[in-house]
Design a binder for this molecule. Structure first.
Ligand code: MSP
Length: 657
């Protein structure tokens, strides 16, 4: 009998970056949970994923390559769909926030909140970057824009606000009433602490953005992306009775949106709340967060190709296995090619793969390729029952690492069992000894039955590879339809013919495999850049291309060069090359500039001199002073710097273009 429906979601991914192993991690994990829940008898089990497409960044990225935001978003959304398919993700629905069906659901929730008195108009003040046309969250007046480095400006606009402040007590009592609403517990505690400090109302519309869902109000308002994005979880299953979601699986960085905003919006709209939000940790590369500027982004495609020797679904299994085996679910953990291959060879090639091929080969050689008749070894049968409980218990709690460890412990036990019973000796003795014949049957039945259960336990972890072993065992029920009641000892039918033996996890030679993955990674980066309309990156160390690299006028326009007048100049203690200047560039306060020109200029020579300043460099600390810009000078190899200046008189603050 069905345990009822189970609806789970991945986050919907931003379309400003192609999939990488971090986004794949969350998606793989949702796929594992879906397969596990199905096996446990939930029906239907529905998994949705999708793309988060609105906002200024997408609008701007599209414009830069001469596409409309809709075209741009489609390109990247398709890339996610393609990637999830090649990695074997069994999602049921891919929701795009640009889908008009989603618009209707967003507007409906807004209207419900409004009807219940949780929406009001107010003015929103934030730090805005006019060049990038976006608000810089958390910036203070005077802070630069993290994207382009220009100073942000304080802007006030009339917006619609959501009364989040009215939800502090309601949310705290929700967390109390439903202790599993936020998982893992460490995150739950952090979040409760945060909510206890008090919640501020949030602005949920914008007038500074065009690429968004128009709000059903007067004027040019579109919804703030998070109001839009969270509701996609409902739009994805609109017209079904799947809502509320049983699980939102997310990364820890977006927990506040899911555990505070989302339930508050739903309570305000008098709609049912999701049952659980589970936040995963981060996949780190070289111990740090993946980022384009660090150049440590790792994509799943090349790994899947190499680890599966061309069979991407098999390679996807190797990556999945590694991530859950290596990193306790919910915590941060490191990815490395070396560790991936070590685990693969130790646990998969030598462990499960070896158990499968030796068991099946012996059945072919000693039993005419048919499962022998036996009830199996009672101790192993009891251990299998315990392992089933352990695996299910851990998977139910999303502790995939422990679940896998329980299977590995069982595999070691079987390996030992086979060695102890030595079927290769029993086969020689059987002609003269009927006892040896029945021992042989028992040993091989035990190994094959263990293998069948291992396929069932690990199917959610490595669906493609477990199906391969399952098929070699001669099973005919498709493994994805197998439920827990079949995964009990003794259901393997004697006499069943086993299939052809093929290595499921062939050993991988580390060095050439890593080299191949790195080569394919570059091919993948170029392909994705081409998709996003970017030029291929020159190979590192390519002098000719470095020298001839041209920048666009937009790149040049990013540098804010201004005319300044030196107001004061002093030596910097303990630094004979530095001068501490105060330079007026037409702002209310002169800038502090620390310049390495003390050997070329005396402080008094500089007072009143017009100079050129780079005004939007990130501030930098030098000898305890914060330099708020750079003075432009020609530097002649080995010689002293010569300051740039003008023959004509020129007003302070003028921009150089
Ligand atoms: N669009 C929002 C989510 C809206 S959901 C209503 C978003 N998108 S994202 O593409 O930036 O990130 C999506 C998910 O991927 C987040 O859960 C994030 O935590 C996860 N990850 C991105 N990089 C990651 C790692 N390196 N490691 C693990 N997960 C990471 O946020």
């Amino acid at each position: 009998m069905s345990k009822g429906k189970y609806y789970l979601t991945t986050p919907i991914y931003y379309v400003n970056a192609a999939p990488h192993i971090g986004t794949a991690y969350c998606t793989f994990s949702a796929d594992l949970i879906k397969r596990h829940k199905k096996q446990q008898g939930y029906d239907p089990v529905v998994l949705t994923t999708g793309s988060d497409e609105h906002g200024q960044k997408v609008e701007r990225a599209a414009k830069a390559i001469g596409k409309t935001p809709a075209e741009y978003a489609t390109t990247i959304a398709n890339e996610f769909v393609r990637q999830w398919q090649t990695l074997g993700i069994s999602y049921d629905r891919f929701i795009r926030t640009s889908d008009p069906k989603h618009f209707a659901v967003v507007r409906d929730l807004f209207e419900r909140c409004e009807k219940n008195g949780y929406i009001y108009t107010g003015s929103y003040t934030g730090q805005y970057c006019f060049f990038d046309e976006l608000y810089v969250t958390d910036a203070k007046p005077g802070d630069p824009c993290p994207d382009c480095g220009r100073l942000t400006e304080t802007v006030t606009e009339e917006n619609y606000f959501f009364k989040l402040s009215a939800f502090q007590d309601k949310l705290l009592s929700l967390y109390e009433r439903e202790p599993k609403f936020i998982q893992p517990d460490t995150r739950r505690n952090e979040l409760i602490g945060f909510v206890k400090k008090g919640l501020k109302d949030i602005s949920i519309t914008r007038t500074t953005i065009n690429w968004g869902i128009p709000a059903p109000v007067e004027g040019k308002h579109v919804f703030y992306v998070w109001f839009d994005a969270l509701i996609s979880y409902m739009s994805a299953v609109q017209g079904t009775n799947l809502w509320p979601a049983d699980l939102h699986l997310i990364g820890k960085d977006i927990l506040r949106f899911h555990a505070i905003y989302w339930p508050a919006f739903l309570i305000a709209g008098e709609l049912p709340l999701p049952k659980r939000v589970f936040a995963t940790g981060w996949i780190l590369v070289q111990e740090s967060k993946m980022s384009k500027s660090r150049g440590n982004v790792v994509r799943p495609g090349p790994i899947a190709q190499v680890m599966g020797a061309g069979d991407e679904l098999a390679g996807s299994d190797a990556l999945r296995y590694f991530l859950w085996r290596e990193i306790p679910f919910g915590q941060d953990g490191n990815f490395s090619y070396d560790a991936l291959i070590d685990r693969y060879n130790a646990d998969l090639a030598n462990g499960i793969g070896n158990l499968a091929s030796r068991t099946l080969t012996m059945i072919h050689q000693y039993c005419d390729g048919k499962i022998p008749a036996s009830a199996g070894d009672p101790d192993i049968a009891a251990s299998a029952a315990r392992t089933t409980d352990l695996v299910n218990g851990h998977f139910d709690e999303f502790d995939f690492t422990r679940g896998i460890e329980a299977v590995l412990a069982f595999i070691s036990q079987i390996d030992k069992f086979i060695v102890e019973h030595a079927p290769w000796k029993l086969v020689k003795a059987r002609a003269a000894d009927p006892e040896a014949e029945s021992k042989l049957s028992e040993t091989l039945y035990t190994s094959a039955e263990s293998l069948r259960l291992i396929c069932g336990w690990l199917y959610p972890v490595m669906p493609t590879s477990m199906v391969k072993i399952w098929t070699q065992l001669g099973m005919d029920t498709p493994l994805d339809l197998v439920s827990a009641d079949v995964l009990v000892w003794g259901k393997l039918t004697p006499g069943q013919a086993v299939g052809k033996v093929q290595a499921v996890f062939p050993r991988i030679d580390s060095k050439p495999a890593i080299q191949k993955m790195q080569e394919l990674e570059i091919v993948e980066i170029d392909r994705q850049n081409a998709l996003m309309g970017k030029k291929p990156e020159p190979p590192p160390g390519d002098k000719a291309s470095e020298q001839s690299e041209l920048i666009s006028i937009d790149d040049f326009a990013k540098v804010d060069l201004r005319v300044g007048e030196v107001k004061s100049a002093e030596p910097v203690k303990g630094a004979d090359k530095l001068l501490h200047l105060k330079v007026d560039i037409g702002e209310p306060e002169p800038r502090t500039i620390v310049a390495g020109i003390a050997l070329a200029y005396k402080p008094e020579q500089l007072i009143g001199r017009k100079v050129v300043i780079v005004a939007n460099l990130q501030p930098r600390k030098l000898r305890g002073l914060t330099s708020q810009g750079m003075i432009v000078a020609a530097s002649i190899d080995g010689g002293l710097p010569v300051l740039a200046g003008f023959r004509e008189d020129i007003p302070v603050g003028a921009r150089l273009k």
